[in-house]
Design a protein around this ligand. Sequence first.
Ligand code: FAD
Length: 488
Amino acid sequence: MAEASSIRPQSAASIEQWDFEADVVVAGYGIAGVSASIEAARAGADVLVLERTSGWGGAAALAGGFIYLGGGTPLQQALGFEDSPANMKSFMMAALGPGADEEKITDYCEGSVEHYNWLVDNGVPFKESFYGQPGWETPFDDGLMYSGGENSAPFNTIATPAPRGHVPQMSGKRTGEKGGGFMLMKPLIETAESLGVRAEYDMRVQRLVVDGDRVVGIIAKQYGKEVAVRARTGVVLATGSFAYNEAMIQSYAPRLIGRPGAAIEEHDGKAIQMAQALGADLAHMDATEVAFFGDPQLMIRGILVNGRGQRYVNEDTYPGRIGQETLLRNENQAYLIIDEASYEEGCAADSSTPFFRFQPKWVAETVEELESDMGLPEGTLQSTVEVYNRHAARGEDPVLGKKKEWVKPIGSPVAALDLRNFTAGFTLGGLRTSINSEVIHVSGEPIPGLFAAGRCTAGVCAGGYASGTSLGDGSFYGRRAGISAAKG
Ligand SMILES: Cc1cc2nc3c(=O)[nH]c(=O)nc-3n(C[C@H](O)[C@H](O)[C@H](O)COP(=O)(O)OP(=O)(O)OC[C@H]3O[C@@H](n4cnc5c(N)ncnc54)[C@H](O)[C@@H]3O)c2cc1C
């Protein structure tokens, strides 16, 4: 077959011979891909997955494993937390915008309990225990945790707080390397295999094949050779974000230039471009998740200030929100101001991220001295600490609403940790899809035969983020993509 480097769609009439055929062809064997495969196979389709690497898993298998679920899941109920789809929706609409997709969020919240049961029925294990300490993740094998700032300002006054970070049980975790995501992927892959789903590895998807307006296949590259793969009923794109596509990052999400994180190099935006070449619409391309390399057990015990010595976020919130506030709205400038006693207490507490407990860069007897050593304009940090301490003496934080249990006046000696430029992240925008995971053309109509899910699509997050929403909407809308693609 003639080699063509373009991502432009290729006409089916130009294909002399199909190298592979299936009813449903899925590109990418991460969370969205496996979920699509299972449901397509259960709908009676013959399913073939094309995966670029030599094995299944994608970013999902490396992930911490939070899956954002609620509305009263059996795990929430067993652990004594009340939630409802309406309450979950109130939080998600407030926290994941601006511009959050209300139809998708309503649908996601209403289907959340069923989705939890689906995961359990497919072998994903959740331990009945709640982890209530500040942290990026549980360092243990607990099944439930707050993962989006639900129990802190401003969201704790908008919706009734309920933890929704559901984590598959896994022992011997190492954050960023070996997490609960593996115990999400493994049982799902085993389920797919038991349903007869086939996979071709080292197969890099290149462009779509069309017959008129309809997508009928994919051209991929395997071991240097181009192959044509026919999809009798539908193609599902599930190849992840564009975090590692430098040109796209420059165009759409420039704050992330040079700082991809919680993604894999295979997330190069290819699926988005392949579908764009067919006229697909995009959404929320500027939205980004932002991780912050601070240990929550320390941050919560101090105050975070920006490059002007001013507080800008309640330190007891979801650390990903701290990351967004720091990178997107405070020029990536952050210092943690903390007294010695609180620093020692934080260092002694449990944490999944002890490697984010940095040594203080500056230590002083007084805030005035610290401010001067840090090179901050005179009076800036002093007035910040003075206002904070004045209210903290009564256990209050009227400026940013940090919870009473964590508000304590800052004493002496006092230190500053230099957390400037300590962020990384991945992209949340992508193909605009319907709640049935159809890829939407710029005209507003679905593109026949083309479906997508996961981080190559714009999901439930339009701006804000909560841990678990990627594995959450990836699996939820992956399932929908499989069902829709099997129908054709
Ligand atoms: C360390 C870490 C921790 C994380 N923690 C969480 C968490 O706790 N909760 C959460 O919700 N999210 C978390 N994430 C993010 C989450 O893992 C991803 O956003 C999610 O996996 C995206 O799902 P996906 O199916 O779109 O992509 P993936 O799961 O990455 O799957 C995409 C697959 O497509 C393949 N692929 C790419 N290009 C091609 C191509 N051209 N042809 C064929 N195949 C291709 C890739 O190799 C990959 O296997 C974390 C990520 C990391 C790395």
